[in-house]
Design a protein around this ligand. Structure first.
Ligand code: ADP
Length: 303
């Protein structure tokens, strides 16, 4: 499989008078772990629900596997595995029985062997006969992923899969998703409101805010270390600017907030700037670095 797996173009959706999605566009390619990043309320779940034909958009286009929705709904959905809400299980049944029931309800022919392989793949072997009611949240999440894998989908869509997980649970899910990409060649879209979660796993991403897609691209390029906002906490920011104007281009000098001077410089220049300040008797109390996009995203979240 190659090429574009998801194409979303100018998607829009209102609920009564609430604009949930105004103009969202992005592309996901085969083999991507694609981060769908945005603050709470940005429109992520609404976009995902439109991709799964759970709601009808007001405007825009969605193509999955090169096929437009809604015409090819059945063919498309048979190739997608998803968790859009907390996975729901029968607590009084074992994990294995839950998967059997799920397979039967969904109408897909799933062999016992497939169920047992899937249980092993998600790391629940040995616990498959335990009642799901006794499972931890992380184990339930892994069982949810097992459920999405039963019909061998090409695309897996997960809406905020780390919500409520402890750090170890998040690491387990991350490893599982990487295994799905690397060993099973799946394409994965996962939404999150936490930049670092996306950064740790995704190769490409889009950021959405207030119903609009804002930036899209390669994660490593978007979060590049050469493009930093470096904050120097100093005793005399005006004097610091006078000193630094002799060495740095004007666009490298950012704003002053309280006693903090922001500079737009790359990582390697930090010790040099520090030295210029000290040599000119500007006292430096602290240095903090944020990548431009990280800084921008934190402002979006807090706005
Ligand atoms: P996210 O997943 O990024 O947190 P959502 O897509 O859930 O964002 O929500 C986007 C906006 O749309 C929010 O303001 C939310 O309150 C609103 N919204 C979502 N679903 C509905 C609905 N069924 N009815 C009314 N408003 C909704």
């Amino acid at each position: 499989m190659s090429g574009k797996i998801i194409e979303v173009r100018h998607l829009a959706k209102k609920f009564n008078r609430t604009v949930a999605v105004e103009d969202v566009s992005f592309d996901v390619y085969a083999g991507d772990v694609f981060g769908f990043l945005g603050p709470n309320g940005a429109g992520k779940s609404t976009t995902i629900r439109a991709m799964l034909s759970l709601i009808t958009p007001d405007a825009g286009e969605i193509l999955l596997f090169g096929l437009p929705l809604p015409t090819n709904r059945g063919a498309i959905l048979s190739r997608i595995g998803c968790i859009v809400e907390k996975p729901d299980f029968y607590n009084y049944l074992s994990a294995e029985k839950n998967l059997e029931v799920f397979a039967r309800i969904s109408g897909s022919a799933v062999s016992k062997k497939k169920i047992s392989e899937t249980i092993e793949f998600v790391g629940l072997k040995g616990r498959e006969k335990d009642k799901v009611g006794h499972y931890s949240h992380g184990m339930k999440q892994r069982l949810g992923i097992a459920q999405t894998l039963l019909h061998d989908p090409d695309l897996i869509i997960l809406d905020e899969p780390n919500t409520g997980l402890d750090p170890q649970g998040s690491i387990d899910i991350r490893n599982l998703l990487l295994q799905l990409k690397n060993e099973k060649n799946k394409t994965i879209l996962l939404s999150s409101h936490i930049l670092t979660e996306i950064e740790l796993i995704a190769n490409r991403m889009v950021i959405i805010a207030k119903g609009k897609s804002i930036v899209q691209g390669n994660v490593a390029e978007l979060l590049n270390e050469q493009d930093l906002i470096v904050s120097f906490e100093v005793d005399d920011p005006e004097k610091a600017i006078r000193v630094l104007m002799k060495h740095l281009p004007a666009e490298a000098i950012g704003k002053i907030e309280n006693k903090i001077l922001q500079l737009n410089i790359g990582y390697p220049l930090i010790p040099q700037v520090n030295q210029w300040l000290i040599e000119n008797e500007v006292k430096v109390f602290g240095i903090d670095t944020k990548r431009k996009l990280e800084d921008y995203f934190l402002k979006l979240v807090n706005s």
